[in-house]
Write a protein that binds this ligand. Structure first.
Ligand code: NAD
Length: 364
């Protein structure tokens, strides 16, 4: 680990036992200290709300789905995502944005990227004080081709006392079920990294700081496109040689893009690097990976009717396909884009990639 940029965080806070959480929350309420507003009452927002609440913070969730809000407030559950499992009855949810923002010191974005800009505009008008923003939304803003954190800091410049992103191998269901998880907190500012890391102090959710915002955000966006390709590759072959080769090729190509954008080489071996790539590119819990698998199985344009808006790798494809297709150093990502633009059939993903790799090697 690069000692200058990436350091493990040790917090002084001790994890709360559930009966102690009440006391601590009351104390922080009184001081209006760690009041955290989470935008989005979906799977990731709820899992993160649970972690932050168990860490002794005062958590309010803002949502637009009244069924989810009612479920959280009346039953201490979010059945749509987590069945009958309890969250934490201290967490409150509301569809009233003014109420949600009132005492907020931190605002967490936990909604699909398609709705992020709407909420940024609302916050720009409604927020009366400065806060630290915590971004959980990965991907690229189509309007400027930059990571969403750039758009957040641009639109909310006057309302921001810092911005950090949480990126790493972390499916909501595993975090909800307290499975051991390590992620990076990524920010340009080390002091913001420390403040945000300090909010998470439960033993099963560890946060390691990383100052390479550009590298981490680039990897987080492009790994979704790679995951679509890996879904196809897993369907195409059972050869672990081939799967490992293609995955490694994908990691190399993402590193090239990250470095071209100004990211650091060392970030690829971080939790937000190889950790998140491995999770997204090998698990059926990944929407992008299963999208790739379905595309391969159907092997027809019908598969494109799958809900593309929630497949962030597909959104990225539509933004960056031209640049990728003309870049000779990206044979795998190019093959994935050619399949998505229906120029190569899914069943030819591996052969097409290897042909392009051979051409690249010959040219070298
Ligand atoms: N699910 C995961 O494991 C996971 C892990 C890491 C990161 N993420 C990221 O977190 C974000 C949210 O993912 P998710 O899985 O929780 O999605 P989800 O579909 O489970 O939930 C999205 C939530 O956002 C709400 N929403 C939609 N528009 C809104 C608006 N305008 N204002 C407020 N709320 C609105 C929806 O009602 C819903 O409650 C995505 O960007 C995703 O990439 C998810």
């Amino acid at each position: 680990m690069d000692k200058k940029t990436n350091k493990s965080i040790k917090t002084n806070k001790k994890p709360n036992k559930s009966n102690k959480t009440d006391k601590k929350t009351k104390k922080t309420n009184k001081n209006e200290f760690n009041n955290i507003t989470i935008i989005g009452t979906g799977a990731w927002g709820t899992a993160i709300a649970k972690v932050l609440s168990e860490s002794g913070n005062n958590v309010t969730m803002y949502g637009v789905d009244n069924k989810e809000i009612k479920d959280i407030n009346q039953h201490g559950m979010n059945k749509k995502y987590f069945g009958q499992s309890k969250i934490n009855t201290i967490i409150r949810a509301t569809n009233d944005i003014d109420k949600a923002l009132l005492k907020s010191k931190y605002i967490v974005f936990a909604l699909p990227s398609a709705f992020l800009k709407d909420i940024l505009k609302i916050l720009k008008n409604k927020l009366k004080h400065k806060v630290i923003f915590i971004n959980l939304v990965k991907g690229i803003d189509p309007s400027n081709k930059k990571p969403w954190s750039f758009t957040i800091s641009k639109i909310l410049k006057d309302k921001s006392s810092g911005l950090a992103s949480i990126i790493g191998p972390s499916f909501a269901i595993d975090v909800f079920n307290k499975k051991q998880t390590i992620v990076n907190v990524v920010s340009k500012s080390d002091s913001v990294c420390k403040k945000v890391a300090d909010l998470f102090s439960v033993p099963y959710f560890r946060v390691v700081r990383c100052l390479d915002e550009v590298g981490a955000e680039t990897i987080a966006a492009y790994k979704n496109l790679l995951a679509i390709g890996m879904g196809m590759v897993f369907e195409n072959t059972k050869s672990i040689n081939t799967i490992s080769a293609v995955l490694t090729q994908g990691i190399k190509e993402i590193e090239i893009i990250s470095k071209n954008n100004g990211g650091k080489s060392s970030t690829i071996i971080e939790f937000c690097g190889i950790g998140d790539i491995f999770l997204t590119c090998t698990s059926d819990l990944s929407r992008n990976f299963t999208f790739g698998k379905n595309l391969y199985r159907k092997n027809s344009s019908k598969s494109f009717k799958l809900s593309k808006s929630t497949v962030e790798g597909y959104t990225l494809y539509s933004i960056v396909k031209k640049e990728i297709i003309k870049n000779k150093n990206l044979p795998l990502l190019k093959s994935i884009c050619l399949v998505l633009s229906k120029e190569v059939e899914p069943k030819n993903i591996v052969t097409n990639t290897f042909e392009l790799i051979n051409k690249t090697t010959t040219q070298n």
